[in-house]
Write a protein that binds this ligand. Structure first.
Ligand code: NAI
Length: 259
């Protein structure tokens, strides 16, 4: 297996959660291509092994390790694995997440708690477990959502869980300074299984196409985004080029936040 010694993230020891999802897979590949050594984590062992094979075949330093980001024990075990393997960490990319679209009055306590566990508690658990492994120059990138900064109908659980990530990012930035920088990315709709599954509840045919189109039309750039348009910002924030940037949340949403 080759260890890349060039690139924006040359040699950076990186953990990426939600690694086998739409944006996670692209993040694992692009971080590797930028020279990072990556441990990717997600729930599905088989999908993780497939990703590992693919990235190693391309010559990258990538390892998959399954973990449920809502579980304190599993996140601590993942941190133990990282400590054993690398004796430290440079970059933590908190990307795992789930969505729910439901009216507030129809949302169950279990749904509410699940959204907040996967989207928000996970970030708390991961920062608490991994920050002690990170020395000066460390960088944490948290994936929030445009939905965490803007009220949308049927998004009380999702929006509030992602809003929590924004504030958690800022508090962590204050508390972990000056050694570790912490920033958040707020994507708009990005073409991954998450919005595709979400929209699959709209009746098939033209209506579904129209609903998908509408997700893009609401933005000045008139389309949804691609994972490859989000990950480069994460790579920049993870890199030493962003060494004076912390506690900031960035929209990557085709201009929606400005509209
Ligand atoms: P995705 O559904 O393709 O990927 C999410 C990944 O998180 C999946 O691989 C899933 O297995 C993993 N995951 C879920 N629960 C987990 C758990 N308990 N433990 C470990 N892993 C778990 O979705 P996508 O689009 O790649 O989402 C990535 C992040 O971007 C999420 O945090 C999402 O909320 C956020 N986001 C996505 C947008 C979009 O339009 N795709 C827009 C704004 C934010």
């Amino acid at each position: 297996m080759s260890t890349t010694t060039t690139g924006r993230l040359a040699g950076k020891r990186t953990v990426i959660t939600g690694a086998t999802g739409g944006m996670g897979r692209v993040a694992c590949r692009m971080f590797c291509e930028a020279g990072a050594r990556v441990i990717g984590s997600d729930l599905d062992e088989a999908a993780g092994r497939g990703l590992e094979e693919e990235l190693r075949a391309a010559g990258h330093d990538f390892t998959f390790k399954a973990a449920d980001v809502t579980s304190e024990a599993e996140v601590e075990a993942l941190a133990g694995f990282v400590r054993q393997r690398w004796d430290g960490l440079d970059v933590l990319y908190n990307n795992a997440g789930i969505i729910l679209g439901k009216p507030l009055l129809g949302t169950t306590v279990e749904e509410w708690d699940r959204l907040h566990a996967v989207n928000t508690r996970s970030v708390f658990l991961a920062i608490r477990a991994f920050a002690p492994l990170m020395g000066a120059g460390g960088s944490i990138v948290n994936i929030s959502s445009g939905g965490g900064a803007r009220a949308m109908r049927n998004m009380s659980a999702y929006g509030s869980s992602k809003a929590g990530v924004i504030l958690l990012t800022k508090v962590a930035a204050l508390e972990l300074a000056p050694d570790i920088r912490v920033n958040a990315i707020l994507p708009g709709t990005i073409d991954t299984p998450m919005p595709r599954n979400f929209i699959s509840r709209v009746p098939a045919g033209g209506e579904r196409e129209a609903a998908w189109q509408a997700l893009g039309d609401g933005r000045p750039l008139k389309r949804v985004g691609l994972p490859e348009e989000v990950v480069p910002l994460a790579i920049f924030l993870a890199s030493d080029e962003a060494s004076f940037i912390t506690g900031v949340d960035y929209f990557v949403d085709g201009g929606r936040a400005a509209a």
